[in-house]
Design a protein around this ligand. Structure first.
Ligand code: ADP
Length: 498
């Protein structure tokens, strides 16, 4: 049997294909960006054909670059931007509208209606989510209304899917209409405890079951890649949403293990084992993966402005030229000089949830300079992540042992050390930081027997950097107090009607 595995990583701004060898080393990688469509303020769409074409092009090009013979490729795994919603004709396969992207806010009024109808508690209880336009359910409901498709949908003539479904339908022979449990858990239509669509929410949103995909395991052979794509049928053997895939790719297989991805925003997920945790701190509960019909659950929290604070220093403030400079600038100071930045450009998420908070730099003195601002921006990424870790620890009643990290800004060693310092636990960076793609590859490898079990995968996982906290407890308390005071000052800044 072949030993290479391909991950298709369909992201929000680009489609990527990564070829791994059996030791989880990257052999070749290719990605293509595609257009973001903004039809109105707050609306975001993608062209389904652009998603598909860039993904297929990336796949073909990565295979070509690798020089790996097709018969050596054991499996393909899919990971994807989550919640983005597509609708297509079951007969012709033609998309019926652009994909409505997770960021799109057009269905906020539908969410409000659900809450007015008293469904907020039901949503939290069954789906593990917080009612929000971000998730797919209200986007699907909006599409069925807008295109007047209720009758055809009920008659089984139409398919709904998230991006994974759409790729599976288009890439696999026989056109399976499927999604995996992790993607289903982001629709706000799925009961994560029963592992089935929730009839109360389907009926509240006017969604017939006939439009929904069959929900499958995250690891398992779905079918064969259509031979017209690469010239050979290869098993497609995994699907997982991007953050779930990254949790798997980070080897967070045990309860309490967690990873944080430092990108434009930050995504923190903690494995909570075989029961969904109920958060008292505004985090969401989600399916981490489903293997052999058995779900592992996770708590998830996100930082809205992470690396974006660094982009802001570069693009708007123009006080740096490149993100990587921030490390040397921050290290030029021995401490923060009492300066804190709260980068709540779009409001404050978990565990505070205040949409009226706005960004702030506080603690300025006559001696404050550019380096203080840069350092405060970097530190804000770590403080916000630390707040999420604390919230998770309090929800599941266990102290964090270590945090596994990845994403573009995890390259910044000052930031990673500061993260370890304010958390008071180890920060560990893996050798392969393409953990999203890696997770999908490992899930696919597990399905086809490249890896015998999770134990074997655990042995493959390699660390690159391990940082232990260096800050003494007194100083840690001082900076955290400063941060929390700053957050408090930023809250309720704008008036509700602004
Ligand atoms: P995304 O997948 O969200 O586009 P990436 O994982 O590519 O994000 O990470 C890019 C983000 O990380 C950007 O916001 C950038 O400002 C930030 N970033 C990249 N390198 C560094 C660095 N060395 N120090 C601090 N921030 C960085």
């Amino acid at each position: 049997m072949g030993k290479y595995i391909i991950a298709l990583d369909q992201g929000t701004t680009s489609s990527r294909a990564v070829i791994f060898d059996e030791h989880a080393q990257i052999v070749a990688m290719k990605s293509y960006e595609f257009e973001q469509i903004y039809p109105q303020p707050g609306w975001v769409e993608h062209d389904p054909a652009a998603i598909l074409n860039t993904q297929v092009d990336a796949l073909r090009e990565a295979v070509r670059m690798s020089g790996v013979p097709l018969e050596e490729i054991a499996a393909i795994g899919i990971t994807n931007q989550r919640e983005t919603t597509l609708l297509w004709d079951r007969e012709t396969g033609m998309p019926l509208y652009n994909a409505i992207v997770w960021q799109c806010r057009r269905t906020a009024p539908i969410v409000k209606r659900l809450c007015d109808e008293g469904l907020e508690e039901h949503i939290r209880e069954t789906t593990g989510l917080v009612p929000d336009a971000y998730f797919s359910g209200t986007k699907l409901s909006w599409l069925l209304d807008k295109l007047e498709l209720h009758e055809r949908a009920a008659g089984g003539e139409i398919c709904f899917g998230t991006v994974d479904s759409y790729l599976a339908w288009n890439l696999i022979s026989g056109r399976p209409h499927v999604t995996d449990a992790t993607n289903a858990s982001r629709t706000m239509l799925f009961d994560i405890r029963k592992n089935d669509w929730d009839d109360t929410l389907l009926s509240a949103l006017g969604i017939p079951r006939a439009v929904l995909p069959r929900v499958i395991d995250s690891s398992g052979v779905i079918g064969m890649l259509d031979p017209s794509i690469l010239g050979r049928a290869i098993p497609v053997a995994a699907i997982a949403g991007d953050q779930h895939s990254a949790l798997f790719g980070q080897g967070c297989f045990e309860t309490g293990m967690m990873k944080n991805t430092y990108g434009t925003g930050c995504f923190l997920l903690m494995n909570t084992g075989d029961i969904p945790a109920r958060s008292r701190n505004g985090l969401v509960s989600t399916i981490a993966w489903r293997i052999g019909g058995k779900c592992t659950y996770a708590l998830e929290g996100s930082v809205f402005v992470g690396g974006a604070a660094i982009q802001w220093l570069r693009d708007e403030m123009k006080i740096i030229e490149r993100a990587s400079e921030t490390e040397t600038i921050a290290r030029s100071l021995t401490d923060n000089g009492g300066v804190y930045m709260v980068p709540t450009f779009t409001g404050l998420g978990a565990p505070y949830w205040d949409m009226y908070s706005r960004g702030m730099i506080i603690g300025l003195t006559r001696g404050t300079g550019r380096a203080h601002i840069v350092r405060a921006a970097l530190e804000s990424i770590a403080y916000q992540s630390a707040d999420l870790v604390r919230a998770m620890a309090s929800d599941c009643g266990r102290e964090p042992k270590e945090l596994r990290v990845d994403g573009g800004a995890s390259a910044n060693q000052f930031l990673m050390q500061f993260q370890a310092d304010v958390l008071g636990c180890k920060v560990i960076r893996p050798a392969v930081i393409e953990t999203t793609a890696l997770g999908a590859a490992l899930l696919a490898g597990l399905a086809v027997g490249v890896y015998a079990d999770m134990e074997e995968i655990r042995r493959i996982w390699r660390m690159d950097l391990s940082l232990t906290p260096q800050m003494d407890e007194g100083q840690r308390q001082t900076v955290l107090r400063g941060w929390h005071k700053a957050v408090e000052r930023s809250m309720r800044w704008i008036d509700a009607e602004d």
